[in-house]
Write a protein of this length. Structure first.
Length: 364
């Protein structure tokens, strides 16, 4: 167990790990608010691994996440941390073969990491037996309790044992979480590290321009910035493809990813980008949740997001695990009120972009 932690490079616990792990090991219910990139996955994965009895061929922990990308990444962390304890973890999400999941469940599985729809499908058919599953983790719970997932998550909880430990993780705490907590988690231990961690280590600027000036501005940034890897966000799949094409025409290597693509293509692009095969990825908000790519040091909002939560998740792609990051926002006349709202709600200051940006603000 400890060997797996050590091999993954964990030396000292991050604040979220320090607060969460002792409570989790005491079987307490936890509702934790912490920014992405603070070691949240390990804060529940370590207790899962410590508490699982690997001699039993039973599903003992279920981690629900909103996207396949996050499921794959979380499962990888659990596998690495638990390899010396022979913990068997599987990923189960929509958009993949149900037959393969069924075949896998005939073998030993201790932990399932998956998206709600697929998990409910397997559990309601009795293929995934959850009667000994006493740990439930909802990661990015704000998304899991949205209209798309809410009733599915409630049905999964009803299938699970009456007495179980529930842990919720989120950067934001909307009313849906409060209602869920009142219904399912009467005795909850609250951890809130948002004040300390919101956008820490990320320098934020805005460039005020017209729509037609955006590409020229982006080209200028490419030539002036010291980019390890950058993610550029657009508000629609169509604009992602269009911008990626324009960037390629400017002579820069570039990948793009969005939710309308085949799952296998998304997996391949994510994998290749993570392995550093290109410096630049154009994406929709599909890519904002739980994606850990350490070398991303620049995030550009080519299209400014409409709400605070999306902004927080996008900007959280840089400055991961205490690394420094840079966020640049393209602001048109239409975005001004959104910019003021986000500054106000996050209690942060987004400054006008200077002529020259100090490299020490976003490079090691």
């Amino acid at each position: 167990m400890y060997k797996g932690i050590y091999e993954m490079g964990f030396e000292n616990p991050s604040p979220i790990q320090e607060e969460t792990i002792p409570l989790a090991l005491e079987n307490k219910n936890v509702i934790a608010r912490a920014k992405n990139g603070t070691g949240k996955t390990a804060s529940y994965s370590i207790p899962i691994i410590q508490k699982i009895d690997s001699t039993k061929n039973q599903i003992q922990a279920l981690v629900l996440v909103p996207t396949r990308e996050l499921a794959m990444q979380t499962s990888l962390v659990i596998k690495e941390l638990g390899k010396h304890k022979k913990i068997e973890s599987m990923v189960s999400t929509g958009g993949t073969s149900v037959k393969e999941d069924i075949y896998r469940l005939y073998q030993t599985v201790h932990v399932i990491v998956g998206t709600p729809g697929r998990i409910l499908d397997l559990a309601s058919k009795g293929v995934a037996n959850l009667e000994n599953c006493n740990m439930l983790i909802l990661d990015e719970v704000d998304k899991l309790l949205s209209v798309d997932f809410k009733t599915i998550v409630a049905r999964i909880i009803e299938i699970m044992p009456k007495t179980k430990q529930i842990m919720l993780f989120s950067a934001t705490y909307p009313i849906e979480i409060k209602e869920f907590q009142e219904k399912y988690i009467q005795e909850a231990n609250f951890i809130n590290l948002m004040e300390e961690l919101t956008l820490k280590g990320v320098t934020q600027y805005y460039a005020y321009l017209e729509e037609r000036e955006k590409l020229h501005c982006l080209n200028t940034l490419f030539s002036k910035l010291d980019i390890n890897q950058a993610i550029i966000f657009c508000n629609s799949a169509k604009r992602v493809e269009l911008l990626a094409k324009k960037i390629s025409q400017l002579g820069y290597s570039c990948f793009y990813i969005h939710s309308k693509m085949q799952q296998s293509d998304r997996n391949r692009i994510y994998h290749d980008f993570k392995n550093g095969e290109t410096r630049c990825l154009v994406s929709t908000d599909l890519f904002t949740r739980g994606i850990d790519i350490m070398s991303v040091n620049v995030v550009i909002n080519f299209d400014f997001p409409k709400n605070t939560e999306t902004y927080l998740h996008r900007i959280g792609r840089s400055g991961r695990f205490g690394h420094l990051g840079l966020a640049i926002n393209f602001i048109t006349e239409d975005n001004k009120s959104d910019l003021f709202t986000i500054e106000d709600e996050l209690n942060t200051k987004i400054n006008p972009i200077p002529q020259d940006i100090d490299k020490n603000l976003y490079t090691v």
